[in-house]
Design a protein around this ligand. Structure first.
Ligand code: T4K
Length: 386
């Protein structure tokens, strides 16, 4: 008989520095009496992240969504932007809040990122950019995307919320396109509790982004443009400085856990491992599987529900599709018939618990529970599984 976990196993847990180290940071901040507005910790984190992400230009924000929103604004885009429906609502929301019309493009069957071969057909006279997502930590087909963008003089923005520190073709992931947003939310490999950054090629954007996130204020008596408040405060920055020290070790732990999952899941029919983490340096943000109902015996939703009985809490990232939100229903590109792969995949993919502090025994037990559920499903009548 397979036993249930005593405590809930969540899909992720934040990477937390020791309280002692955070206290030391707080002590310095308290002594300085400078707690926000571009203080010393903010500057220190910015320099540390430029080095870690190997980029020349980086601007910090109070969260990734505001970074993306203001990053897009700084590029002065107009009209339509081609994007993916298979993402977190923040991606498409950032376009809408800029007064831009999202044009949804279907996704690739294997990588689940925007299907680079389908972008060109969606380009019109109104298209100004492509907003692609390195979704679930899987890098987009960056070369193909850039080729299309160059042909039609479009900007390329990457939502890199899930690819902190990743490398592709030996290049830091932030080097692709005109701009990349990284999220530093508590659930990410690297976190500042809430926070985010935008990296970019055009160095003139640095000043613009600084103004946008600080009400447009450029001096004690000058408001230069219409901005908002999207600053990362000193305590967030201090947490980031401590978490950054833990990231290399956390990656190693996650690499071990992904191998453990691979070994223990490979004998189960009907499971495809989506996130292989095969690029030179992966962000190890998620561990995603795809369920083939015919081969596995039950569907993704049934597995997701049954795992809860054993105190295992998986997530259906990213369900529902953004194109299915009622406020996009009138967009021609949001129609289901144009997005067959995206509609298929939101019913089949599942995020398993994945964070460095999972123990070997826990990962093995999760896999054993999955095997047990599959075995039980083959002997029970389907009605019991609804
Ligand atoms: N673009 C993309 C592609 C994104 O995925 C995201 C965010 C963004 C843009 C926007 O970036 P930010 O503005 O957030 O920087 C979570 C995160 O809130 C969200 O940041 C993230 N993507 C998304 C993929 O995941 P939820 O609604 O799934 O979070 P929640 O609260 O259900 O947490 C997930 C699990 O994490 C919990 O089951 C347990 C654990 N957890 C969570 C928190 C907050 C903890 O153990 N402790 C915690 O403090 O969205």
């Amino acid at each position: 008989m397979i036993s249930k976990f005593n405590e809930p196993i969540m899909v992720t847990r934040p990477l937390l520095p020791s309280l002692q180290n955070i206290n030391n940071q707080l002590q310095e901040i308290w002594e300085s009496k400078w707690i926000t507005n571009n203080g010393p910790k903010n500057k220190e984190l910015r320099e540390a992240l430029k080095e870690y992400l190997a980029v020349n230009h980086l601007s910090l924000f109070s969260n990734g969504t505001l970074g993306l929103l203001l990053g897009i604004k700084s590029l002065e885009l107009t009209g339509e932007v081609i994007t993916t429906p298979f993402t977190f609502p923040a991606t498409v929301g950032a376009l809408e809040w800029n007064g831009l019309t999202p044009v949804f493009c279907d996704i690739d069957n294997v990588t689940l990122t925007i299907d680079a071969n389908k972008i060109e057909a969606l380009i019109t006279e109104r298209t100004s950019a492509i907003l692609a997502v390195h979704v679930l930590g899987i890098p987009c087909e960056v070369d193909k995307i850039q080729q299309v963008a160059d042909k039609y003089h479009l900007k390329v923005i990457y939502d890199g919320a899930h690819v902190f520190g990743a490398k592709l073709n030996c290049k830091p992931i932030g080097e692709f396109g005109d701009m990349t947003m990284f999220s530093f939310h508590a659930t990410k490999l690297f976190n500042t509790i809430e926070g985010g950054a935008v990296t970019f090629k055009d160095k003139t954007l640095d000043r613009k982004l600084q103004l946008f996130k600080n009400f447009g204020i450029s001096g004690p008596d000058t408001v230069e443009l219409s901005g908002i408040n999207a600053k990362l405060n000193e305590i967030q920055a201090a947490v980031g400085l401590e978490v950054l020290k833990l990231v290399p070790e956390q990656r190693k732990k996650r690499h071990y856990i992904k191998q453990l999952y691979e070994t223990n899941l490979k004998t189960i029919s009907g499971i495809r491992i989506v996130t292989k983490h095969e690029e030179q340096e992966s962000s190890y943000q998620f561990f995603i599987i795809e369920i083939n109902e015919k081969e596995f015996g039950i569907n993704r939703n049934q597995l997701h529900e049954k795992l809860k009985d054993y105190n295992v809490f998986t997530r259906k990232y990213f369900y529902p599709l953004c194109s299915d939100f009622t406020w996009y229903h009138d967009l021609p590109s949001a129609q289901q018939k144009y997005l067959p792969t995206a509609y298929e995949k939101i019913e089949t993919v599942l995020a398993l618990p994945f964070y460095g502090e999972l123990t070997t025994e826990e990962v093995i037990q999760i896999c054993e529970i999955i095997k047990f559920i599959q075995k039980k499903a083959s002997t029970d009548v389907l009605a019991n599984w609804e």
